[in-house]
Design a binder for this molecule. Structure first.
Ligand code: PLP
Length: 433
């Protein structure tokens, strides 16, 4: 069995094996360091056993939940049984459970951009986006750590305006867990209705004039202080959120398609991109792939805190002659000089990637730097054109947020940063509602 441990990427702190809820670094918030727990996995782990069409069965050995189960004496077969049991309940709530989602070449789309394009289509995933992947990694861990305990379990909590909240509500309902959802006051009524139908407690969080940071995140933190558990898609709040997101990349790698030159990923809070970076790094270390593609990130003009941090890092390299690695090490200890809440109230047609802060920024920028990628901002016209092009050429009813990676591809093509003929991957992550 391969090794598995949680460690803070900022300060090296490790939770003890007997901690029931090892979600955050104990030193988070104590200084200006960037404290995020990451799951370090030995090179020997089989990332994708390919033995099932449920990604959480196939990729179980990549999950902290599986290692925690084995360390507690649960057999591999019992863990598989647990995944199937939970998945059946998810299917009863949402119509279907987790299945490997389509990943295909998109010739007509590629022809329009003079490149080869491969599309990972997660629009049909549980609750209509990739978000449930992040949460399933956490839910499996909770099932392992809490066992049959049903009495007096702490409620789960999330701050989200859409896809993540819906995914959390489906999974919490399936697991019969109480869930508090902190939403902006202008959240879509249809989303609120669905959350309520699923039994979540919905708390609207208006933005006070001049308030810094996301009011939903402030209320979410209050709930955590009152004892709720972070059931969210942000690695800084719950390091276990990243594991589940990685299944998206393992599915792509297991699909037998030719390897990508570039992957372009839309970024809000950054957990999706962080999961992509970590999955590729693990796949490379374990010998599953020879080369990691360049990974680029995309944000909107409405809110681009990651691109701002990337520009600041580059400035530091240029002015001090520091290597990217040194600059990143410096940034890890001086978070507030690189990442702070976006000052303007953010607006974009890609509303799912308007996070005030990119919470998983450091892991993402480490990956961008290590793979030779870049971080770009796209305008609203490009976001609209990309969405139209996606629909026209693939027939996939993807949301503007879900096709924002494609907008990034168009931007990078125009700038010449992705040349003609390259093989480029995009993630269609959310369904148009
Ligand atoms: C459909 C969709 N794609 C991508 C993202 C971005 O993911 P992250 O917030 O992890 O960066 C989101 C976030 O809400 C989303 O809803």
């Amino acid at each position: 069995m391969s090794t598995s441990r949680l460690v803070c990427a900022g300060c090296g702190w490790q939770p003890s094996g007997s901690t029931t809820y090892p979600f955050r670094c104990a030193h988070a918030g104590s200084d200006d360091g960037d404290h995020v727990l990451v799951h370090r996995l030995g090179a020997g782990a089989v990332l994708d056993r390919g033995d099932d069409d449920n990604p959480f069965v196939r990729c179980r050995e990549s999950l902290y939940a599986w290692h925690a189960a084995r360390a507690r004496g649960m057999s591999d077969a019992a863990f598989v049984e647990l995944v199937h049991r939970l998945d059946d309940r998810i299917a009863a709530v949402d119509g279907h459970g987790f299945r490997v989602t389509p990943y295909r070449g998109a010739a007509a789309l590629g022809a329009r951009l003079d490149i080869e394009v491969q599309v990972k289509d997660d629009t049909g995933n549980v609750a209509g986006s990739h978000k449930a992947r992040h949460l399933m990694g956490i839910l499996l861990y909770l099932a392992v750590a809490e066992g049959d305990e049903k009495q007096s379990l702490a409620p789960l909590a999330i701050a989200s305006c859409g896809n993540a909240a819906l995914a959390a509500a489906v999974l919490a309902c399936a697991a019969e867990r109480a869930l508090q959802v902190f939403v902006p006051s202008d959240a879509e009524p249809a989303v609120l209705d669905r959350l309520q139908t699923l039994g979540a407690t919905v708390v609207a969080c208006p933005r006070a004039p001049g308030q810094r940071g996301d009011p939903c995140v402030h209320r979410f933190h209050e709930a955590l202080r009152a004892g709720a558990l972070p059931f969210c898609c942000q690695g800084n709040e719950n390091g276990l959120a990243i594991d589940g997101g990685e299944t998206l990349i393992y599915e792509m790698l297991g699909a037998g398609m030719p390897p990508l030159d570039d992957l372009v990923v839309q970024v809000g809070g950054g957990a999706l991109a962080s999961a992509c970076m970590q999955a590729y790094a693990r796949a490379h270390t374990s010998g599953l792939i020879e080369h990691v593609p360049r990974i680029h990130t995309v944000q909107t003009q409405g809110a681009a805190p990651l691109q701002r941090a990337w520009a600041l890092l580059q400035q530091r390299c240029a002015s001090s002659g520091a290597s990217a690695e040194d600059a990143l090490r410096h940034a890890a200890a001086h978070r507030s000089a690189f990442m702070w809440p976006w000052e303007q109230v953010p607006h974009s047609v890609a509303e799912g990637i308007l996070d005030d802060e990119t919470y998983d920024w450091l892991a993402v920028l480490r990956g961008v730097a290590a793979t030779g990628g870049t971080s770009v901002v796209v305008d609203e016209d490009t976001l609209r054109q990309a969405n139209q092009l996606a629909l026209e050429t693939t027939g996939i009813a993807v949301s503007h947020t879900g096709s924002a990676g494609l907008a990034g591809v168009m931007h990078l093509r125009r700038d010449g940063l992705i040349g003609a003929g390259r093989r480029v991957g995009v993630l269609f992550t959310g369904l148009k509602r």
